[in-house]
Design a protein. Structure first.
Length: 210
């Protein structure tokens, strides 16, 4: 089994303003960079193989944490929010009212216009998890024979992807509150089994000061 840590990228100006980012390639804000300065991964994950969303905010986060050359993984990209990107949820609820409320109650099958549903994110994340688990088995459990830490890996990604990982691990249908409260600067550590599935149970580890 592998301890797999999901870390959300640092804050952007769109995060601060409550705007839906999706695939928009928004960089970290000055405040987001400052919050990550002087921080690093906790010891169990320092030197572990790292995988990173291709979006700039995730890549910047990895660099600021001193993660050397993370592997860019397209399957870790944020959800596609289609026509909702750049909008605030408050504004959308005012404009769309009950229609949006009904759509949100679909849980895993909620799809923004022109965007991607959580169930579709689940499919691509499951593909990546299966590949990761298979690679670990082929490398004798090390994930990457050149990795300093065996049995551990880190994914620098997005809120939508982390929520989907929790849905996979806990069997959550994305109706109601998530099984675990997400932390902006915490590692959400789940257990990845040899068959590529995530087990219920999430440990949250804070970033450490250098």
């Amino acid at each position: 089994m592998i301890r797999l840590a999901f870390l959300r990228h640092g804050e952007t100006a769109w995060n601060r303003d409550g705007r839906i980012q999706g695939r928009a390639d928004v960089p970290l804000s000055a405040a987001g960079r400052a919050a990550l300065a002087g921080r690093r991964l906790p010891e169990p994950f320092r030197g572990a193989p790292a995988y990173c969303s291709p979006l700039r905010r995730a890549v910047e986060t990895a660099a600021l944490l001193g993660i050397p050359a993370p592997r860019i993984e397209a399957l870790l990209i944020e959800a596609d929010w289609g026509r909702y990107e750049g909008r605030t949820l408050a504004a959308l609820r005012r404009e769309e009212g009950e229609a949006l409320a009904r759509a949100e109650r679909l849980g895993l099958d909620f799809r923004p216009p022109g965007g991607e549903s959580p169930r579709e994110i689940m499919a691509r994340l499951s593909l990546w998890l299966g590949t990761l688990a298979a690679g670990a088995a082929g490398a004798g459990g090390a994930i990457d024979p050149t990795g300093a830490a065996q049995g551990a890996a880190v994914a620098i990604t997005h809120k939508g992807v982390i929520r989907t990982a929790l849905a996979l691990g806990y069997g959550w249908d994305m109706r109601g509150r998530p099984p675990v409260r997400l932390e902006r600067s915490g590692l959400h550590v789940l257990t990845l089994a040899a068959d590529g599935t995530l087990a219920p149970g999430c440990e949250i580890l804070p970033l450490e000061e250098t």
